[in-house]
Structures are given as structure tokens and as C-alpha cells.
Write a protein that binds this ligand. Structure first.
Ligand SMILES: [Zn+2]
Length: 191
């Protein structure tokens, strides 16, 4: 029997989509990469094809994920960056050996090294996080308005007023909660 795993939440930004593989950090957390295989599946979606992942490498990935979350949260709040998160980001970035390649069709593609592909993939994610936290990219780091989520996300909307990490989940839930609250209020008023 095939085990059922939680769906991925896929965003447009690599680093913050990666932190989204753990959601509801302030509620009942959902681990979306519970096994090495699920990490391999997630990486493939973002064009980072690796053949294998060991449990130790999954731990390394999760350590990077939480470091990105910590650094991005601090940056969103304009707090000092946590030193250990910065160290982890730099270590992962420094150990990756991915090469940016241009396909004949003019597309960007990552070529990972043959020996330690998983570490190379993590290096790409770490570099993406560094660019965002350093404010190099056009957008704004913000925290999800859902109190059980508080995920750091990268707002690239023109108005820079996005409130939720994900419109289909956190945003929708919030909207539904508001709708029910309004209904209860009008029901009470009618009594
Ligand atoms: Zn959220």
C-alpha cells in the first residue's frame, strides 16, 4: 500500500516555497517532506533533479529550511539575523556545486554535480534565500497573517500588500472564518 503524504504548497519563489514544506508552524505543524523520497520529489518540481537522498541528507535539508525560515522571519521584522541561521545558509551555499546552464531554447537550467547532487540542490536553495534576505530581488519579505502559520513569504505583488503565504490555503481559511463570523453576527442581530 502506498502511503499518502501531504500535498506540496508550490510557490513561485524557490527559497520560501522550500520553507513552505513545513506549514502551520504555530498550529498543528504539517511536515510535507516526511521522507527522503518526498524531498527528491519536491526538488524535481523545481528543476533540481537528484537520484538519491539519505536520511542524513534529509536532516541537512530540514536544517537549511528552518535556517531560511529564521533568517527570513528576522529580515521581515527588521530584526538582527540569527547568527546560526546565517552560518547554515553560508555553509550550504558554499558546499553546493551547481552550475547555471543555458539551454538551446534559452531557458535556465541547473546542472548538479555527479557526486553530491543533494548538497548541490541545497546550495541552489541557500543561494536563493541569500538573495532574498539580502534584499537583492524585487519584492518584500513578509509574514503570513494567519496566526497559526506566520510563514515568511516573498511578496512580489505590485502593491506589496499581500497578507498570506498562500491564497488557496491560509488566505481562503481566513476568508471563510470572516464569512462565518459575519453570518453569526447577522444571525444574532436577527434574533
Ligand atoms: Zn500562511
Amino acid at each position: 500500500m502506498r502511503a499518502e503524504f501531504p500535498d506540496f504548497r508550490l510557490g513561485a519563489v524557490l527559497a520560501t516555497s522550500f520553507t513552505g514544506t513545513l506549514s502551520e508552524r504555530h498550529g498543528e505543524a504539517v511536515e510535507r517532506i516526511p521522507t527522503p523520497r518526498r524531498l527528491v520529489d519536491w526538488l524535481a518540481i523545481y528543476g533540481l533533479d537528484v537520484d538519491t537522498c539519505t536520511p542524513d541528507q534529509l536532516d541537512l535539508a530540514r536544517e537549511l529550511r528552518e535556517s531560511i525560515h529564521a533568517a527570513a522571519t528576522a529580515a521581515a521584522l527588521q530584526d538582527p539575523l540569527p547568527a546560526c541561521a546565517v552560518r547554515t545558509l553560508n555553509d550550504r551555499s558554499g558546499q553546493g556545486r551547481a552550475t547555471a546552464m543555458l539551454t538551446p531554447e534559452g531557458k535556465h537550467r541547473w546542472q548538479l554535480g555527479p557526486a553530491s547532487a543533494l548538497e548541490d540542490a541545497l546550495g541552489v536553495i541557500a543561494a536563493d534565500a541569500i538573495a532574498i534576505v539580502a534584499g537583492e530581488r524585487d519584492g518584500r519579505l513578509a509574514l503570513c497573517a494567519s496566526p497559526t502559520c506566520r510563514a515568511a513569504f516573498f511578496d512580489t505583488s505590485r502593491s506589496r500588500t499581500r497578507r498570506w503565504c498562500d491564497m488557496n490555503t491560509c488566505g481562503n481559511r481566513q476568508k471563510k472564518a470572516r464569512f462565518h463570523a459575519n453570518q453569526n453576527r447577522s444571525a444574532k442581530a436577527a434574533e
